[in-house]
Design a protein around this ligand. Structure first.
Ligand code: G6P
Length: 608
């Protein structure tokens, strides 16, 4: 996500802020800004685009005098990438400046209240609410104002704050978004990630949830939300810069897999209000939702695979007919888009050429398009009639993991919403689905923590030539994605088959020792799948089964079993994908491949 840097000390702040931000560039961003107190007022410079632009405008920071400041690289969430939406954000008289990482979930409610009290907003961001709220509560005591604001905010945040009235003090606070602080030889520094401070110090304090830090040039005090002082111990960082960028993980892909519990939470929680699902950005009344006759899901790569899952979920839960198509096919096949068809284009980058062309084609034919997109302000997000964002944050590894997982969540939310409005499920069922959604992050975490078992297994198959993935129903959808994960980063030939199709060709490819990964999470299909497992095993296959806890039968049929926790039959893909991602990852690592940048592949395919 976004990057934060802050400094108070004896050196000019701006060059230090810019230098720190440059170390956070790898995290992905679309605009940047810094605010520095010059002794009289807080000056601010912000620019859309690369950090280089900001560096040029400020001559490497030299045109901004002052020893206290905060800086930010923004990855847009609320409001498109632009100068005005870039951070920092100021209160009304420009005496408080704030930089923020995270999402304030109740910002609309807070904004409404502040507008009523006469506050004027200049940006579309959720962050500006924090600046005005601080202003509202500020009575000369920064710490008090901060704790009051914390009590009002829901969501996640890491904040760097400066007050004109306190020119020697820098404040930092966090909840569910990372933040570290440290002493340098010349002052105190805050950052959202280790690489930004490594040049200045290797001893840092990791701020925990709901902790506040007040820093001066050579002092640092920590408080809890009750304004009580607390003690903290510094941690010595051994990592080199390269490892630090990856947060200590060996690869971005592994880091991003580990970010899935948070990304999933960030995607569903703003859309859950009590026992209801509220998707404001859908801009569809209940009547509009009831009028939908068919869904047409269009996407490429993993986003297409998410769409295949979506088909099973929508049809099974909401009883709406769904067609899923590859965008590259859809755009040239003269698609039939009858009245009542809602087109859903799924894309992480929002820039995939074929997906964008499919969107334009659909709109030209008069269909309404809903985008499920990760990058705010991207072409698909801009051109779709409505856009539902996945809050995965920037994804660096070419092979998608967390963005794909968030696409699934967005589809579940939509399906539950549609199913409820169309009278297919009851309030009690909605409540159950919401409870299942809330359980997913911990369940995903549990599976991730089981990675050694998969690594061990993967190491036995480093020399595999062909791997097959089989499943039925929704498990076929996850087989497609599992197979893609493996082939794109390990260069092992791999294919996914609907298990019932085995007899129509694939089975002739099974030889002694061929690895077959069977996914079976759908209880009503267990028996059928076990027959398929037996079929391939009798022809020499080695079978790895991914199945739901409690399915003991499969142990007798398969060679190796990985269990996933229980959830409802529509959400199982979110769990089954974790061991498959880990499997692809460890095979790739074991074969010495370039995990994060596989050959011939690009993260964003902006050409046909
Ligand atoms: C590339 C990426 C995939 C992604 C696909 C679609 O192939 O490597 O991870 O699924 O493009 O990209 P999009 O940005 O539209 O989701």
């Amino acid at each position: 996500m976004c990057g934060i840097v802050g400094y108070v000390g004896e050196k000019q702040a701006a060059p230090i802020l810019l230098d720190g931000l440059s170390k956070l560039e790898y995290r992905g961003y679309d605009s940047a800004g810094i605010a520095v107190f010059d002794g009289e007022k807080i000056n601010m410079t912000k620019a859309k685009g690369r950090l280089k632009v900001l560096e040029e405008i400020t001559h490497g920071g030299s045109t901004m005098p002052g020893v206290l400041g905060v800086g930010h690289t923004r990855w847009a969430t609320h409001g498109e990438p632009s100068d005005v939406n870039a951070h920092p954000h100021l209160n009304r008289d420009g005496s408080i400046a704030v930089v923020h990482n995270g999402i304030i979930e109740n910002y609309l409610k807070l904004k409404k209240k502040l507008v009523k009290k006469g506050y004027e907003f200049v940006s579309d961001t959720d962050t500006e609410v924090i600046a005005h709220l601080l202003d509202y509560y500020y009575d000369g005591n920064p710490l008090r104002a901060i704790t009051k604001v914390m009590h009002r905010m829901e969501g996640s945040y890491a904040l760097g704050i400066i007050f004109k009235d306190f020119p020697d003090e820098l404040y930092a606070v966090r909840k569910d978004s990372p933040l570290i602080v440290g002493h340098t030889e010349t002052g105190s520094i805050i950052a959202s990630d280790v690489p930004a401070v490594l040049k200045y110090t290797r001893d840092v304090y990791f701020i925990e949830n709901e902790e506040i830090v007040r820093m001066e040039k050579d002092s640092m005090e920590f408080f809890n939300v009750d304004e009580e002082q607390i003690e903290k111990e510094p941690v010595h960082i051994e990592w080199d810069v390269d490892a630090a960028e990856k947060g200590g993980y060996e690869h971005f892909m592994l880091k991003e897999m580990y970010e899935q519990p948070k990304a999933i939470t960030d995607t569903f929680s703003p859309r859950i209000r009590g026992n209801e699902i509220v998707i404001e950005e859908l801009n569809m009344s209940d009547e509009d939702i009831r009028a939908v006759k068919k869904l047409m899901i269009v996407a490429c790569g993993s986003a297409y695979h998410a769409g295949v899952t979506g088909k099973y979920v929508f049809e099974g839960m909401a009883r709406i007919p769904v067609e899923v198509d590859l965008a590259s096919e859809f755009r040239y096949r003269d698609p039939i888009l009858e009245e009542g068809t809602l087109v859903i284009v799924i894309s992480q980058s929002g820039e995939t050429a074929d997906s964008l062309a499919a969107l334009r084609e659909s709109r030209e034919r008069g269909a309404k398009v809903l985008g499920i997109v990760n990058v705010v302000g991207s072409s698909i997000a801009r051109e779709a009639d409505n856009v539902m964002y996945t809050w995965a944050g920037p994804e660096i590894a070419v092979a998608t993991t967390k963005a794909y997982s968030c696409q699934l969540i967005a589809l579940y939310l939509l399906a539950v919403k549609f199913a409820k409005v169309r009278g297919q499920i009851s309030d009690a069922q909605v409540k159950e689905y919401i409870e299942d959604l809330k359980r997913l992050p911990d369940q995903v975490e549990l599976l991730l923590n089981n990675k050694n078992k998969i690594q061990k297994f993967a190491n036995r198959y480093l020399a595999a030539k062909d791997v097959f993935f089989i499943g039925r129903g929704i498990d076929y959808a996850i087989s497609l994605e599992g197979s893609l994960k493996l082939k794109e980063i390990s260069y092992i030939h791999s294919e996914a088959y609907a298990a019932g199709e085995l007899k129509h060709g694939t089975i002739s490819l099974i030889e002694e020792g061929t690895l077959v990964t069977a996914v079976l999470t759908q209880e009503d299909l267990f028996k059928k799948m076990i027959s398929n497992i037996v079929e391939v095993r009798t022809r020499g296959a080695f079978v790895l089964a991914v199945t739901t806890e409690g399915n003991d039968e499969v142990k007798k049929a398969a060679d190796y079993v990985i269990y996933i926790p229980r959830t409802n039959r529509f959400f199982t893909n979110s769990l089954a994908i974790i061991p498959l991602q880990l499997f692809g990852y460890y095979i790739s690592v074991g074969r010495g491949c370039d995990v994060d940048k596989p050959r011939n592949l690009a993260k964003s395919v902006t050409v046909e």
